[in-house]
Design a protein around this ligand. Structure first.
Ligand code: NDP
Length: 344
């Protein structure tokens, strides 16, 4: 299958790329610079030489016609996996997240509708951020599922950086569903969204330095750097997670292998986790690092109490995808091993 993967330099996208190529698919992937493109080709020299891995430069997905050229120049695309979207809290204005998220999503959909009639499905990497309702995260009588929508509005985006990020993902996902439901767009493809909560896992993308670690793996780096020695920080109220390799598998199954996934929001999660548990797994498996890891006595970072956390139900997704989620221990151990290769 010929696949267009946006944002190929990212943490999650790099796993999708690895799994796609391992399964023999042909991939066109977009990145922001030739430097990043070269790193990706260097990682897969034989596929790049054979033309099964093509890199394309899309410098700024916040431009309305960002994807026109790459889509027009690569005939025969069958599936599009749109992962590119900012996930960081280093912005001055929420627009720096909202524009690339929303315009990036509509620009890929418009480009495909206009000039890629062979595309049968577009998968958009959305998030649990588009499912959660901040008013109910501590509400044990509230259950989030594939049908839940974050009610965030534009007036909320200045509340906190995390709210701005959640809004960017919510507005982008809404724009995608609106697009495919609007007959005037001429879209001949269907849409699937993948909505993961916190994603942890090994780094397979090019990482210039540990300081450039992706946002969701930052806490593992902090733990390894000894920042949790005196107190383990709270993991926040959204205490659910999933392994990056399972998220990548979900994109591939939903995009290429399961026709019935069309039109679905897929809420992929392995369940609860806590920072305290992360610290315990690190200590148990890496005794050589004991002096920088939290000790048995270190307090903090435990799960919110049962009566103070939301419930979730992703049984529909699990039934459709049939993914056997990796355990938190396997994920943390593999993440730490990979970070050690980068100097942690
Ligand atoms: P990364 O930061 O590693 O990846 C983000 C990707 O988007 C990178 O390829 C980045 O390019 C690209 N990107 C960001 N802003 C722009 C822009 N303005 N123009 C062009 N490209 C841009 O994070 P993840 O891999 O974690 O995120 C991938 C997707 O998964 C995102 O849609 C994110 O919202 C979603 N997600 C992530 C979760 C997590 O816990 N990690 C949870 C739920 C959803 P560059 O490398 O050049 O910066």
């Amino acid at each position: 299958t010929k696949v267009l993967l946006t944002g190929g330099s990212g943490f999650i996208a790099a796993h999708i790329l690895e799994q796609l190529l391992a399964k023999g698919h042909s991939v066109v992937t977009t990145v922001r610079s030739e430097e990043k493109a070269a790193k990706i080709r260097e990682a897969y020299p034989s596929q790049a030489a054979a033309g099964d891995l093509i890199t394309a430069i899309v410098p700024d997905i916040a431009q309305p016609n960002a994807f026109d050229e790459v889509v027009a120049q690569n005939p025969g695309l069958e599936v599009v996996l749109h992962t590119a979207s900012p996930f960081h809290f280093k912005f001055n204005d929420p627009k720096e997240l909202l524009d690339p998220a929303v315009v990036g999503t509509t620009s890929i959909l418009r480009a495909v509708a206009a000039s890629a009639p062979t595309v049968r499905r577009v998968v958009v990497t959305s998030s649990f951020a588009a499912i959660v309702d901040e008013a109910h995260v501590k509400d044990a009588s509230h259950t989030f599922s594939e049908r839940s929508w974050n009610p965030v509005t534009l007036t909320d985006v200045h509340r906190a950086p995390a709210t701005a990020y959640r809004a960017s993902k919510t507005f982008a996902e809404r724009a995608a569903w609106d697009f495919v439901q609007d007959p005037a767009t001429g879209a001949k493809f269907d849409l699937v969204t993948i909505n993961p909560p916190m994603v942890f896992g090994p780094v397979v993308h090019y990482l210039a330095s540990l300081d450039a670690i992706n946002t969701s793996n930052e806490r593992v780096v902090d733990c390894l750097r000894g920042k949790w020695r005196d107190e383990v920080p709270s993991g926040g109220p959204v205490a659910i997670w999933v392994d990056v390799r399972d998220v990548a598998e979900a994109h591939i199954k939903a995009g290429l292998e399961i026709p019935e996934a069309g039109g679905k929001r897929l809420f992929v999660t392995a369940g609860l986790f806590s920072n305290a548990e992360l610290g315990r797994i690190a200590r148990k498996n890496f005794p050589e690092d004991a002096e920088r890891l939290p000790t048995e006595e270190t307090k903090g970072g435990e799960l919110p109490a049962e009566g103070e956390r939301f419930r979730f139900d992703n049984s529909e997704t699990n039934k459709l995808l049939g993914i056997k989620y990796r355990s938190f221990e396997e994920c943390v151990v593999d993440t730490i091993k990979s970070l050690k290769k980068h100097g942690a």
